[in-house]
Structures are given as structure tokens and as C-alpha cells.
Design a protein around this ligand. Structure first.
Ligand SMILES: NC(=O)c1ccc[n+]([C@@H]2O[C@H](COP(=O)([O-])OP(=O)(O)OC[C@H]3O[C@@H](n4cnc5c(N)ncnc54)[C@H](OP(=O)(O)O)[C@@H]3O)[C@@H](O)[C@H]2O)c1
Length: 259
């Protein structure tokens, strides 16, 4: 699809990677519908890009329905909103599990399906970019809800991309690794083991642009060595677990939480 002149809905647009995606798509001539819960930051960014704001909590079924009612009129949707923090084991309850599944998995699936159904039924083309994660390829300790939802999102996206082939509506997964300067990994303050490289929010925005314009099934936004490590971890989770214990992945995460 051509982003110039397109109307594009972006979820999770209030900060982090979503804000960078909004700026990049607007620079390319798209008109943006920005959605998230935080009205103030959304209004500020919308004013800068001449966009439209929809304040919505995707874990609230009524709010999610309001967003669902908007998607059919968009030339593309970028489903980027996500919850990264996984609470310590003794603090997890069903309400938290439901919230993470809703925001990271159920609502992106529901919006994608509603979007494709309506665009195909009305004979209009469309593009879906789902923002997953390298955490949808490889698991790490203490990230169980995040890993579960991102693995699920990847499965959905790859299947749906193939199913939509030839319909005029495309679906691509954008899977970032560790992103510096903005976003949930940056905000967590987690220190990476020596030699593990990061990518920038601009790299993620470029990945989303590629997902919308070229529609490959998956765009991984991570250095080649991290991509290889993730593929290896999915083939050999036991060995990957031992390596992660060796470099103290869980300790790094816990120390960052305490700061
Ligand atoms: N940053 C990274 O290193 C990295 C790496 C891999 C994948 N990712 C993925 O990239 C995406 C964006 O992450 P980020 O790093 O930009 O995270 P972030 O800075 O924490 O931003 C998350 C966004 O999601 C929105 N959101 C959270 N809960 C929501 C809810 N209940 N309803 C509606 N919106 C909600 C937030 O807006 P409000 O709080 O205003 O609602 C915010 O705009 C996520 O899907 C994440 O999994 C990020």
C-alpha cells in the first residue's frame, strides 16, 4: 500500500515506539488516528501531526468496541499497544492475566479480524501491522505473560498473513528486539549483557513502514546475532535457559525493577 495520503490507525500511540511510528507515518503523508489511554500525550502528539485522537482502554470491552467500529474506514491499522511488565509470581492474579491477554493478544486479534472482514466485504484493500516482539520467538525467565501473548500474536499473524493472500488485505508482524532511547525496554532500565546490541525507535518505525508497504509476513527489528540467538532458543530452549542463567537474565531484570 501507499502510505502517502492513507488514513492509518495506530494503537499505543501515546508514547514509546508508538509515538515514533506516528511521527514517521505522518512524515510520509499519512493522516493518523492515534489511540491509547493517556489523553494529554495523545492530544499533544496529534496536534504536532494534525491527527485525530481516540482515548480508549483496550482492556475495557466497551472501549475496544469503539475502536473496532473505527477500523473499517482506515487504509491501514498498526496494532502496537502492549504491556511489558510481568509482575513477580506472588503478585499475579487473574485480573492481571486478563489485562495482558486483552491488550497484547485478544484485542489485536479481534481488531485484525474485524478489519479484514469489513475491508474484504466492501472490496477495499488494506494493511495490518501487528507489533510483536523477539519475545514471541524466544522465552526468558520472569516474562511468562509477555512471552505467552507475543508467541500467540506471532502465530496469529503468520497464519493470518497466509490466509489473506490474494484478498487485497495484508498482515505483517513487526518483531523488535531490545530498543534503546524510548519504549518499555529503555524505561525498564535493564542492563544488557556485554555485546548484546540494540536498535532504535526509528528502526522500528522503518520496520512498520516496510510491513505496510511490502507486506512480508515478518519484519524482525534486531541485529543479526540477536535474531540468530532467538531462532536457536526456539530450537533448543533448554540450552537457551542455561545460557540465560549464565548471564543472569532474571537477576538483571529484578535489579532494574528495584531501581
Ligand atoms: N521497547 C522495546 O524494546 C520493545 C521490544 C519488543 C517489542 N516491543 C513492543 O512494541 C510495542 C510498543 O511498546 P513500547 O516499547 O512503545 O511500550 P510503552 O512505551 O510501554 O508504550 C506502550 C503503549 O501501549 C499503550 N497501552 C498500554 N496499555 C494499554 C491499554 N490498556 N489500552 C490502550 N493502550 C494501552 C500505552 O498507552 P497508555 O498508557 O497511554 O494507554 C502506550 O502508548 C509493544 O507491543 C511492545 O510489546 C517493544
Amino acid at each position: 500500500m501507499d502510505v502517502d495520503g492513507a488514513k492509518i490507525l495506530v494503537t499505543g500511540a501515546s508514547r514509546g515506539l508508538g509515538a515514533e511510528i506516528v511521527r514517521e507515518l505522518a512524515r510520509r503523508g499519512a493522516s493518523i488516528v492515534l489511540t491509547a489511554r493517556s489523553a494529554g500525550p495523545l492530544e499533544e502528539l496529534a496536534a504536532a501531526v494534525d491527527g485525530e485522537v481516540v482515548v480508549a482502554d483496550l482492556a475495557d470491552p466497551d472501549d475496544a468496541s469503539r475502536v473496532r467500529a473505527l477500523v473499517a474506514d482506515c487504509d491501514a491499522i498498526v496494532l502496537n499497544a502492549g504491556i511489558g511488565e510481568d509482575p513477580p509470581l506472588d503478585e499475579i492474579d487473574d485480573a492481571r492475566i486478563d489485562q495482558v491477554i486483552d491488550v497484547n493478544l485478544r484485542v489485536p486479534i479481534s481488531l485484525s479480524i474485524a478489519y479484514a472482514q469489513q475491508r474484504i466485504a466492501s472490496g477495499r484493500p488494506g494493511a495490518i501491522a501487528l507489533v510483536g516482539s523477539v519475545a514471541g520467538i524466544a522465552a526468558s525467565p520472569g516474562s511468562r505473560l509477555y512471552n505467552a501473548t507475543k508467541f500467540g500474536l506471532r502465530g496469529f499473524a503468520l497464519s493470518f498473513a497466509e490466509e489473506l493472500h490474494g484478498t487485497g488485505v495484508t498482515c505483517s508482524l513487526v518483531a523488535p528486539g531490545f530498543i534503546r532511547d524510548a519504549g518499555m525496554f529503555h524505561d525498564s532500565g535493564t542492563e544488557l549483557p556485554a555485546g548484546v546490541r540494540t536498535k532504535s525507535p526509528a528502526d522500528v518505525a522503518a520496520g512498520v513502514l516496510r510491513a505496510l508497504t511490502d507486506a512480508p509476513p515478518e519484519v524482525v527489528v534486531a541485529p543479526p546475532e540477536l535474531q540468530l540467538m532467538a531462532r536457536f532458543a526456539s530450537l533448543a530452549p533448554g540450552t537457551s535457559g542455561r545460557v540465560q542463567r549464565l548471564v543472569d537474565v532474571e537477576g538483571r531484570r529484578r535489579r532494574a525493577e528495584q531501581v
